[in-house]
Write a protein that binds this ligand. Sequence first.
Ligand code: 13P
Ligand code: SF4
Length: 319
Amino acid sequence: PAQDEARVDEIKRLLEQHNAVLVAHYYTDDAIQQLAEETGGCVADSLEMARFGARHDADTLVVAGVRFMGETAKILSPEKRVLMPTLEATCSLDIGCPADEFSAFCDQHPDRTVVVYANTSAAVKARADWVVTSSIAVDVIEHLQARGEKILWAPDKHLGGYIQQKTGADMLMWDGACIVHEEFKAKGIEDLKALYPEAAVLVHPESPASVVALADVAGSTSQLIKAAQELPHDKLIVATDRGIFFKMQQMVPEKTLFEAPTAGNGATCRSCAHCPWMAMNALDNMAGALREGSGEIFVDAELRRAALKPLERMLNFQK
Ligand code: 13P
Ligand code: SF4
């Protein structure tokens, strides 16, 4: 629509004016992902977003995603201004892991190496030895296990269970989940597979174990997009937020992509597998943030220093 075009033009102008760059997650609206690509920004998974923001020489990073992604950007680049279209965009994993309760849990298990998922607050990261994203979680835990370390893992029990099953590591788990991925049902995917037996199944490991068990490939958003390109299959059943279809379809225009059902009856649900917090990012509030400097992320200096250590370990980790 013409209104969107006007907003896109305004954002492009504002990005230039503020020497700003747009860093967007694959789950944000198509228009936002397209804008990031057109303006020299990036569309990526959470690890690549962190790397891109830290390396870029812009004065301002506009982070379209959820709160922890903006906080991570600020922790890694305190000298940059970090803006988000809205500060309301949180994550059920972050909400489900309050820093005070988590810290008490850590205190009870001083013998364990604390590894937290990136989808957490700066205060939770500050208590951790390592931060990981889904793209390198298995590799990092494998490395720690080889050193004989016992793990305290938080907050995603499904991702944690997947890593444990892959590595056999001794992991004590926090009881958190992603409300979007938890909705995928094995029964629905099996029914779809019965209709299209030749299809491959791609799953984000925040999904329940019964769903991951059906996966030909499990991985981060970027890893799933890569798998879509590399697998020989013409049909792909995809269990993750439907925001990913914009980029995935672009990369494999000749393939047929199916949304994994979120209901057990095999019916696909057009709006279920979409993160309500990612959906809060829009062209309007992005233009507003750039125009007014609203939605700026601040992280307390002491907290920042503490959270930086486990984040740097993640960025410096080589398999
Ligand atoms: P990725 O790191 O795979 O992009 O995942 C982030 C996320 O929030 C998935 O729900
Ligand atoms: Fe959090 Fe799930 Fe949304 Fe990702 S999709 S930001 S894990 S609630």
